[in-house]
Ligand binder design. Structure first.
Ligand code: GLY
Length: 303
């Protein structure tokens, strides 16, 4: 497989979607604007919610971004798994009432198989349990083998975050091989270990969830996709975890230097080095976006 640096991957993705007539926008601030349902921006689509619901007119009906994100629900897993971080960059392509499932699916496949040249037999797809349309597109239009497609329920394959635009989704996984597996005979797509990495989520945004939990059908369906840049870099660079990709390992090396510790000598120390590296990334970007340590809200997350 070809090796790409994290910065190269970001550029490859954004220019690929520019070639599909998307407008490239810079990352928005981590601090949500006019959205009381979120403490911090936690997905590429979050700052774009008004465009999905039709409250505001987007500058173009096709947009692509690389959005800085903070997610803390998995904070206890940071440093222990290969793929969790509280700070990450999310690549996304978005359609506001423009293209839908067919194009989103075809272009995702084109990007991973033609641009990145990921081996087809190691890519797995998940779809929402009753989404036969997605199954047909993946198998008949794109040519994915039916036995590489799995169906999951709402917990895994329905995207919603706070209130606002949401819908069923389809995810791309990469099989990193047995060496990253848990060894269980049941290890397969969806296993919690680090073998099958979910790296790209294609959301077929059809609903707007309100404060009372109602799913209101949107006048025009949209597309929201989210691909974890660091996870993609782990796959392309075939490194153990996100802290070992080219750019992030520089930070960890500095942490080692300051602390006088050596990476890969003791697992407990390694977890600490990875946690500190993760928290430096989150802290720096939060402070850059104007958050100050405090006892409440965003400031408490930073503290
Ligand atoms: N908005 C899709 C995702 O973050 O997975």
């Amino acid at each position: 497989m070809k090796k790409y640096g994290l910065n190269e991957l970001r550029e490859k993705y954004l220019s690929f979607y520019e070639s599909k007539e998307h407008l490239r926008l810079p990352s928005f601030s981590l601090v949500p604007q006019n959205d009381a349902s979120l403490l911090l921006i936690n997905a590429g689509m979050a700052p774009l919610k008004p465009y999905f619901t039709g409250k505001e007119k987007p500058p173009k009906s096709r947009v692509t971004t690389c959005q800085k994100c903070i997610r803390t629900p998995d904070i206890e897993r940071v440093g222990k798994t290969a793929r969790h971080g509280t700070f990450f960059e999310m690549l996304g392509n978005f359609s506001f009432g423009d293209y839908f499932k067919h194009e989103a699916t075809r272009w995702a496949w084109e990007f991973v198989t033609k641009e990145l040249e990921l081996p087809v037999d190691r890519i797995w797809i998940s779809i929402y349990e009753d989404d036969d349309e997605a199954f047909d597109i993946w198998t008949k239009e794109v040519g994915v083998a039916p036995d590489h497609i799995v169906r999951f329920g709402k917990e895994d394959n329905f995207w919603e975050i706070g209130t606002g635009p949401c819908g069923p989704c389809s995810e791309l996984y990469f099989d990193r091989g047995e060496k990253y597996g848990c060894g269980s005979p049941d290890c397969k797509v969806g296993c919690e270990c680090d073998r099958f990495v979910e790296f790209w989520n294609l959301v077929f945004t059809q609903f707007d969830k309100d404060e009372n939990g109602n799913y209101n059908k949107l006048a025009h369906p949209n597309i929201d996709t989210g691909m974890g840049l660091e996870r993609l870099a782990v796959i392309m660079q075939d490194v153990d975890n996100i802290f070992e990709v080219d750019t992030i390992k520089n930070i960890m090396e500095a942490v080692c230097k300051i602390s006088g510790k050596t990476y890969k000598q003791d697992e407990k120390t390694d977890v600490s080095l990875r946690v500190i590296t993760d928290h430096i990334r989150s802290g720096v970007f939060l402070i850059y976006d104007g958050v100050q340590p405090s006892n409440e809200g965003r400031g408490d997350v930073l503290r």
